[in-house]
Design a protein around this ligand. Structure first.
Ligand code: SF4
Length: 185
């Protein structure tokens, strides 16, 4: 293989199943989960310093494409992992919620850093004290700011959720109740 040959990934493990001579059988949900895990498309909702750490996560040092997340989307309808990086003012909160509701299911949310998780150091009248006041959050990444390694760890947590999620979860009563609790249709 020459140095210019494309790198072929061979490290995605096969889902659990039954293997025999000339056949391999597994569950549809295992295959779908595996595909979702390695094809998350992030929507970076970056408002301040944590956004810079997210940008660093994409650079060659950290190489986020190892996790299949290099295809950033700034269109909510073509993204399934909302990454909220930075301080969210109460004035901006309805915009964030609108972006979330425009994303198709299934979708996951990461609160990147202290501000997105809890308001951080900005315990003031104008700052939302955590994005989970307005939208459901799947993973919280601590830190002010979190290092790129922590952001990657958050992505890996979402990958685990995506891989293990039942195909019926988004149609379940519990999930509908969760959305109802946020006033999301
Ligand atoms: S958590 Fe810290 S680094 Fe991140 S946006 Fe807030 S103040 Fe900035």
């Amino acid at each position: 293989m020459s140095d210019n040959s494309p790198i072929i990934r061979t490290d995605a493990p096969a889902p659990a199943g039954y293997e025999g001579e000339g056949f391999f059988a597994t569950r549809l949900s295992s295959v779908v989960g595996l595909a979702r895990k390695y094809s998350l498309w992030p929507l970076p909702f970056a408002t301040s310093c944590c956004g810079i750490e997210f940008m660093a996560t994409l650079n060659p040092n950290y190489d986020a494409s190892r996790f299949g997340i290099e295809r950033n989307s700034f269109s909510p309808r073509q993204a399934d992992m909302l990454m909220v990086c930075g301080t969210i003012s109460k004035k901006l909160a309805p915009v964030l919620k609108e972006v979330y509701t425009q994303m198709a299911e299934p979708k996951w949310v990461i609160a990147v850093g202290a501000c997105a998780s809890s308001g951080g150091i900005f315990d003031t009248y104008s700052v939302l004290q955590g994005i989970d006041k307005i939208i459901p959050v799947d993973v919280y990444v601590p830190g002010c700011p979190p290092r790129p390694e922590q952001i990657i760890e958050g992505v890996i947590q979402v990958q685990e959720l995506a891989q293990g999620e039942s195909l019926r979860r988004r149609d379940s009563e519990e999930y509908q109740q969760l959305l109802d609790s946020y006033g999301i249709k």
